[in-house]
Design a protein around this ligand. Structure first.
Ligand code: SF4
Length: 205
């Protein structure tokens, strides 16, 4: 799906003057969770009270707290948790890419597929059969089926890291990353410094 196709679907509503004034000069950030466990999102929340002094300088457009599905305007920084496991993930990530100037993969799932990608060597068909058709908890005599409904996002054949779907600009490793690592990157961005990840807070487990 191309950004061209998405662009006509996304309303570009001008901000009302009061909102525009309140956001003037502030860094805008957004977060999203694709196929992950929300552990990386909790690491973002682990910034805790350190976010308070930054609030004069940043505006959070979309997050797990606001639950806005689309970013309503251009955004400076987007944090992405999770790999890409279904068509809705693709569309959401492409929307983020279109709206965010800098896009950051947060955690192992976003960076290389992580835990969800353990299904890749097995194959989607076998995974679905094991989960829905051959499950040991299936009652005797039941006729189990694999869920299929237009409202359910179609699974992709593989789980992809985000950078195989859109360009990603920065990576914060870990499962999950340390909250201090997320804060270090955010603090750099808010103060206009090049993004750096101190080795002391970088982890790969
Ligand atoms: Fe969860 Fe680890 Fe994936 Fe983050 S990287 S979403 S903590 S499994």
């Amino acid at each position: 799906m191309s950004a061209d196709r998405l662009s006509h679907e996304l309303p570009r509503t001008p901000l009302d003057p009061a909102t525009a004034a309140s956001r003037a000069g502030k860094l805008t950030i957004s977060t999203i969770s694709l196929c992950g466990c929300w552990g990386c999102t909790l690491s973002i929340l682990d910034i805790d009270e350190r976010i308070v002094p930054l609030l004069d300088k940043l505006t959070i457009l979309r997050s797990s707290l606001t639950d806005i599905k689309r970013i309503p305007e251009r955004c400076a920084l987007g944090f992405v948790e999770g790999g890409v496991a279904n068509e809705e993930n693709i569309e959401t990530l492409e929307h983020f890419r279109e709206r965010c100037d800098v896009l950051i993969s947060v955690g192992a799932c976003a960076i290389w597929g992580g835990v969800p990608s353990l299904r890749n060597p097995i194959g989607l068909g076998e995974c679905l059969a094991t989960a829905y058709l051959d499950a040991p908890t299936t009652p005797p005599g039941a006729r189990p089926t694999i869920p299929l409904h237009p409202e359910l996002p179609r699974l992709t054949a593989k789980v992809f890291p985000c950078h195989e779907v859109v360009q990603m600009d920065y990576f914060i490793p870990g499962c999950p990353p340390d909250g201090d690592a997320v804060f270090a990157v955010l603090d750099d961005a808010v103060h206009g410094r090049p993004l750096t990840l101190p080795r002391a807070v970088t982890r790969f487990d």
